[in-house]
Design a protein around this ligand. Structure first.
Ligand code: NAD
Length: 461
């Protein structure tokens, strides 16, 4: 078969799936709340019974340490499904609001309604969690789903196909595997909602395709998350918490601290504390690998031209298995490439600033990130920086915690994306608020708006 024929076949397959899902949705099959709860329970059970396979797939794709895979993908998902199952009825209960006196008798409500057929496109860095979390929210809200996992995390992709087919009929959930061509083919079809997680660059393509068909979307994108350490910060605590956030999943986390901006008066102290931390904690023994050789090369390019004094490295690299040791890079300026492009790997650049206004000016040069990390004992400093730099979330005196609480919304702003999900915010993302008014009969006719208007509004005559 030629490439063109294969593409046509894939497009036809996608259209068939879409038409089956559209029919399933329009017949009202997803509207039964009890049925949605049952599917969520089935998904929860499938996760539990596939636990070892999930951890194995993540080890194969990224060499994720079992504890990281367990906490950030498996257990995090279980927690979210349980929260959603427990609270769904409450979240979806129509919200009664008051009605103007001249509508009476009348009842006004805000109802949460599913969009219909949703497309979820996922990335490779948390390939199970970032595919299943939006999928679960979509099902909870009453949609059908076409999921396109990342083609880069192949073991996770294969597992998702198997696991989801064991829980859902294809007219409710279909997994469409493939790379850019398949993703583009999907975006060429009309969906009722698009949820995309990935790079800002591809996010712009998705936004354009969504705009062409006026499809609402949530975009969860990337960027450079700054981590600021001011002169009042607890340096030892900052060093430990920054490195643990940075080297989790080998820095391949969209909201990982991307670079550190430290006040010049504490720069040496912070570097010394980080170096000490790096020597004491065996990251090089239990750290995920870089996803593939292309990304390994991309990260290696960042290090070109740097000398040994600028890099602190702990452990050995092994390119044949994409194992890259954690590195701190200092003695570089703000115009170095490490301060320009999203790092997304186990390299942490550290630069200094001289004053609050210098910092504010420098941070303003960056597009809005998913997260802003501030290490400081000064509440006024934190507030000033928070107010001068937008971000999807803020975490003070730690890293990553703003994204680990399911009661908080997760998402970006500006170039790091738009829309929110997780827990209730996920169910909100995949549904729209519908205004529903029911008028009564008793005495209502007197107020009906029809000529002669002078009878109703004599003072306007
Ligand atoms: P990516 O944008 O390359 O790919 C994401 C998905 O889009 C994949 O499924 C891929 O097949 C598809 N895709 C790639 N190119 C496409 C194109 N031209 N047209 C249509 N679809 C296309 O991202 P990635 O490399 O998988 O993930 C890393 C990036 O994602 C980083 O920038 C990271 O910051 C970001 N990210 C963001 C979040 C978040 O929640 N905001 C989470 C994880 C990753």
């Amino acid at each position: 078969m030629t490439v063109e024929q294969t593409q046509q076949q894939t497009q036809q397959q996608i259209r068939d799936v879409l038409s089956r899902q559209r029919q399933y949705f329009s017949e009202g099959n997803t509207l039964d709340l009890a049925m949605r709860e049952r599917y969520l329970l089935d998904l929860e059970s499938a996760l539990i019974s596939h636990k070892d396979q999930i951890l194995d797939a993540l080890r194969l794709d990224l060499n994720k340490p079992a504890v990281e895979a367990y906490l950030a993908e498996y257990y995090f998902l279980l927690q979210e499904i349980r929260l959603v199952r427990k609270s769904l009825k409450k979240w979806l209960k129509p919200k009664k609001v008051s009605s103007p006196i001249y509508f009476q008798p009348c009842r006004s409500e805000i109802c949460r309604e599913p969009y219909g057929v949703a497309l979820v496109v996922a990335p490779w860095n948390y390939p199970i969690q970032l595919a299943l979390a939006p999928l679960m929210s979509a099902i909870a809200a009453g949609n059908t789903v076409v999921l396109k996992p990342s083609e880069v995390a192949t073991a996770s992709e294969a597992l998702l196909v198997k696991l989801l087919a064991s829980v859902f009929p294809p007219e409710l959930v279909h997994v469409q595997t493939g790379g850019v061509a398949v993703s583009s083919a999907l975006l060429g079809e009309k969906f009722d909602f698009i949820f995309f997680t990935g790079s800002t660059e591809v996010g712009k393509i998705v936004a354009l395709r969504a705009a062409e068909s006026l499809t609402p979307s949530v975009l969860e994108l990337g960027g450079k998350c700054p981590c600021v350490v001011d002169s009042t910060a607890d340096i030892k605590l900052a060093a430990g918490r920054i490195l643990s956030g940075k080297f989790f999943n080998a820095g391949q986390t969209c909201f990982a601290p991307d670079f550190v901006a430290v006040h010049e008066s504490v720069k040496d102290a912070l570097l010394a504390a980080m170096q000490c931390e790096l020597e004491q904690v065996p990251w090089h023994l239990e750290m995920a690998h870089v996803i593939n050789d292309r990304h390994y090369q991309r990260l290696s390019n960042f290090l070109e031209g740097l000398n040994d004094e600028q890099i602190v490295c702990s452990g050995e690299d092994d390119r044949s298995i994409c194992k890259m040791a954690p590195r701190l890079v200092s003695g570089i300026d703000w115009d170095h490439i490490l301060l320009k492009e999203e790092v997304f790997g186990p390299i942490l650049p550290i630069v200094s600033y001289s004053s609050e206004s210098d910092l504010v000016e420098k941070l303003r040069e960056y597009s809005d990130p998913l997260a802003l990390y501030l290490f400081s004992e000064s509440k006024s400093f934190c507030l000033k920086i928070q107010q001068s730099k937008r971000s999807g979330g803020v975490c003070i005196n730690d890293t990553m915690k703003q994204s680990s609480n399911l009661k908080l919304p997760f998402g970006g702003v500006g170039d790091s994306g738009n829309g929110r999900y997780r827990g209730e915010f996920g169910v909100r993302a995949f549904s729209y608020e519908r205004a529903v008014v029911r008028r009564g009969k008793l005495g209502a006719q007197k107020m009906d708006l029809k000529p002669p208007y002078g009878k109703l509004f004599p003072w306007l005559e």
